[in-house]
Write a protein of this length. Structure first.
Length: 379
């Protein structure tokens, strides 16, 4: 079965009329148990190659150990990852061009069997990525209404630096265009949006979607203005040179059964870097948090594996992308009604917060944890 249903995700997004679904084979079966040595090649592994964390509180992780460790690196000797170092200024981090391995190794516990097969990806364009998710403050500097809302499962975040939520994919594209126009000097917007409308009732802008999206350049990589990252850019940025489930180390497996409560399964490596249902409150509603309270990754990016889930520009059909090396993949925005999101939020648990995990929903989806961060191609 290639499309799994995640009860907590669906309950949250059904309550908000978002229409979300999860399309990954990432959830182990109820009978799944820690693997034996004979099964290790095709089953989840307990081995972790975690980088050393910095001091308590805000910090970063050294990416060199997990990138160099493990036999899987030998399969693609020509895929050379650039040096990982922070190059951040005024809330933007420069991510260099380079090669990385998209997807998860077969030894990763909880991986998507059909949706996370590894493939080398080369990105030839360096880019700037927002160090934090788009905040409510930044949103209101360009938009008249804050679409953020809360429901019984997820509480809104109202402190300074809180991420904006309730944003549809099309709303994120429009905001990117407005950021381009505001830039000094103005940048040519990346997107041409037509057929825009509001498919459901609600506050102004909530649920706003566009039927047609085109780029003003030959590909999103060649756009001058701000835009959503592609799936490849997003995972490349999130991993920061690592090949483990999280940039802080590997996932802790747990036995699955009918009485298993995923949000009660400790994950110390994730707790250091992300906000999830494991550390966002023991009772409902669980809360979102202001940016930058956890440890950043090697590029200097915060909350990229957990606070709000983040839109990317391309679609996701539930399957992997083949085995042939890819160069600048997903060059155009999703032409489909279904679009993709990455990252994890306050109502999600460790298995869903892995760097390789992805899920999808309709363009008009606007859940209480749906946010985004922007990128811009640079020289």
């Amino acid at each position: 079965m290639t499309h799994r249903t995640l009860p907590l995700l669906l309950s949250v997004f059904a309550a908000s009329a978002s229409g979300w679904s999860c399309r990954s084979e990432a959830h182990p079966t109820a009978e799944a148990q820690p693997p034996s040595g004979a099964d290790a090649a095709d089953a989840p592994s307990f081995d972790a190659a975690a980088a050393e964390a910095g001091p308590d509180g805000s910090g970063t992780f050294d990416a060199s150990l997990p990138w160099d460790a493990g036999s899987d690196a030998e399969q693609w000797p020509d895929c050379v990852h650039p040096e990982v170092k922070q190059d951040c200024k005024d809330g933007w981090c420069r991510i260099p061009a380079g090669c990385f391995i998209l997807g998860s190794p077969k030894s990763e516990w909880g991986r998507g069997k059909y949706s996370e097969e590894q493939v080398p990806v080369t990105l030839t364009h360096p880019f700037l990525m927002q160090q934090y998710e788009v905040s409510r403050t930044l949103w209101l500097s360009l938009e008249p209404v804050d679409p953020s809302f809360d429901i019984s499962e997820v509480a809104n975040c109202t402190e300074p630096g809180c991420p904006v939520t309730g944003v549809t994919w099309s709303m994120a594209l429009e905001f990117a265009n407005k950021m381009s126009e505001k830039h000094e000097p103005p940048l040519k917007p990346c997107y041409k949006l037509t057929g825009c409308w509001i498919p459901d009732s609600g506050i102004l802008g909530q649920g706003w979607t566009c039927d047609n999206v085109e780029t003003t350049a030959a590909s999103v990589y060649e756009c001058e203005g701000y835009r959503l990252p592609t799936e490849a850019e997003r995972e490349y940025a999130a991993r920061a040179g690592t090949r483990t489930a999280f940039y802080s180390g590997d996932i802790t497996p747990y036995a699955m059964g009918p009485d298993t409560v995923p949000c009660m399964q400790p994950e110390p490596k994730l707790d250091e870097i992300a906000w999830t249902c494991l550390n966002s409150g023991t009772t409902l509603p669980r809360g979102l948090h202001p940016a930058g309270l956890k440890k950043a990754n090697g590029w200097g990016l915060y909350d990229i594996l957990g606070n709000v889930d983040e839109w990317v520009s391309n679609t996701f059909n539930g399957l992997s992308h083949g085995k042939e090396p890819l160069v600048n993949p997903f060059p155009t925005p999703s032409p489909d009604e279904t679009v993709q999101s990455r990252g994890c939020s306050a109502n999600m648990w460790s298995l869903l917060c892995r760097a390789a995990f992805h899920y999808s929903g309709p363009r008009y989806a606007h859940g209480p944890t749906s946010g985004f961060r922007l990128v811009r191609s640079v020289q």
